[in-house]
Design a protein around this ligand. Structure first.
Ligand SMILES: [Zn+2]
Length: 480
């Protein structure tokens, strides 16, 4: 969860144009002129920076930007105001906005084997921009209806709107590309990377890693993973391999594995302090200085704007935490106003304190018919912000859930500076494999629950069923 929440309404010009694309040679229907494409990208870039945040290590930002700029200069649209950044998200992804705004997530970095893999991923994203896949998709969405860019829903009118309301506008940035667009971006991107001197096999290597990860399972909310926005049909790795063979030249040999590994040392893995860190059932936010405990055995997910918790396989109940705009009011006034605008009816409600913090806690009913639900909602003032901590359940599940909701709400507390200082993220480190080491033993001994055995093997370019080679220098995760 980040502290800044914004609503963004993207407005694009409506000058319709059909033009031949220099990258693809195709005539494309485009509503966006280049200047409005850049303006659209720039506005969305502001939203990405504010809602997701950039990873706070200037050396990584400089490095990714330097590699990206070199490749973009050799692309079909060198004149765009290209920008490359690492966003502070633990999901494994890369994405591009119209106009030349390219991002890697912090989470993808340890799964790239070397600089050549990073260069090929950047080349692929650059190609989505030069081929105008995003711009065309944005144009199409605009033709289909302007409503898609309506920003954050301020007052959830029904139960579904409680979920993902804040992620909605951000989700629009993650356009799902089609199979043809993916092949085209692979082909152009590998060509751009090879033309700038990087080994073009990097793309196939990276796709193989992502394929292994997706087989091993695991998902994330908030920011989707690479394969969900860039589908991986069965023949994609094979085809990208053939493209790489064709694109390879005598000078496209740069891999830079050692430099890449050196830079990975100390990289934050999983949740960062800025996002808040989950330790078992406890969610700790050392920057916003609060902690709370979610119900035992519930699945907690830490999105950019919301933290949500649910029993696995049971969607009759959930707990949601987010920061809301108090509008200068106290907890009871602001809380009641929000519930009223969400068309929620107050059953009971009282001003109170929760672990010394001024609060308002009420029970509200909303929805209708089979969608009727009851919520126990707390508004808690802390550190100049107002927190909305809501337990939601269907009417039939509420009596069963309410005890858990009360406990979760009652567990919200301020963190002292000393406690906050002790909350540190997991980080990438290196370990020389010894006889007897297994991926499971390394995952457990070094990193507690920060990474699973399969993901650790895949991070090292190895099959999860293999055993680490004695003496090999391995990427591991420590702390957390
Ligand atoms: Zn793609």
């Amino acid at each position: 969860m980040k502290y800044t929440l914004t609503a963004v309404v993207l407005v694009a010009s409506t000058a319709i144009a059909c033009a031949t694309n220099p990258a693809t040679g195709r005539r494309q229907f485009n509503i966006l002129s280049e200047s409005s494409e850049v303006a659209l990208g720039k506005e969305a870039d502001g939203q990405v920076r504010q809602e997701m945040g950039l990873y706070g290590d200037p050396a990584w930002q400089e490095y990714v930007n330097r590699v990206g700029q070199a490749i973009a200069k050799r692309s079909h649209r060198p004149q765009l105001p290209w920008s490359f950044a690492v966003v502070d998200a633990s999901a494994i992804n890369a994405f591009a906005l119209p106009g030349g705004y390219i991002y890697l997530t912090r989470g993808i970095l340890p799964f790239l084997r070397n600089e050549a893999e990073m260069a090929n991923v950047l080349g692929h994203e650059i190609a989505h921009v030069t081929a105008k896949h995003g711009a065309t998709a944005y144009s199409r969405q605009q033709v289909l209806g302007a409503g898609v860019f309506a920003g954050r829903i301020l007052a959830p009118p029904d139960k579904a709107a409680w979920f993902d309301a804040a992620e909605l506008s951000l989700g629009l940035l993650f356009l799902k590309h089609g199979r043809d667009a993916e092949f085209e971006a692979d082909k152009l991107g590998v060509g751009y990377a090879a033309g700038t001197g990087w080994n073009p096999s990097g793309m196939a290597g990276m796709l193989t890693t992502l394929g292994r990860l997706s087989e091993a399972g695991g998902s994330s909310r908030g920011v989707p993973n690479f394969l969900s926005t860039h589908p991986l049909p069965a023949d994609r790795v094979q085809r990208v391999d053939e493209i790489a063979t064709a694109a390879r030249t005598a000078s496209s040999t740069r891999v830079n594995a050692d430099e890449f590994a050196r830079r990975l040392d100390g990289l934050v893995f999983g949740d960062s302090r800025e996002q808040g860190i989950l330790r078992g059932r406890d969610f700790l936010h050392p920057i916003m200085r609060f902690a709370l405990r979610f119900p035992d055995q519930w699945q907690v997910s830490n999105g950019a704007a919301q933290v949500t918790a649910q029993p696995s396989g049971d969607d009759t109940m959930a707990v949601l935490l987010e920061v809301v705009d108090a509008g200068g009011q106290g907890p009871s006034q602001a809380g009641r106003a929000r519930m009223a605008s969400a068309k929620m009816t107050e059953v009971s409600g009282d001003s109170t304190t929760i672990n010394g913090l001024p609060a308002f806690v009420g029970v509200f009913r909303g929805g209708a018919g089979t969608e009727a639900f009851t919520a126990r909602v707390a508004y808690i003032a802390h550190g100049g912000r107002l927190y909305q901590l809501a337990g939601l359940a269907t009417d039939t599940a509420f009596s069963r859930a309410d005890g858990l909701f009360r406990e979760a709400i009652g567990s919200f507390r301020a963190l002292s500076q000393a406690e906050a200082d002790r909350v540190q993220p997991a980080r990438i480190d290196f370990h020389t494999a010894r006889a007897g080491d297994t991926w499971a033993s390394l995952a457990q001994a070094l990193s507690g629950r920060a990474i699973g055995a399969s993901a650790l093997a895949i991070m090292n370019g190895a099959d999860p069923a293999s055993t680490p080679a004695v003496g090999a220098r391995l990427r591991v995760v420590i702390g957390g």
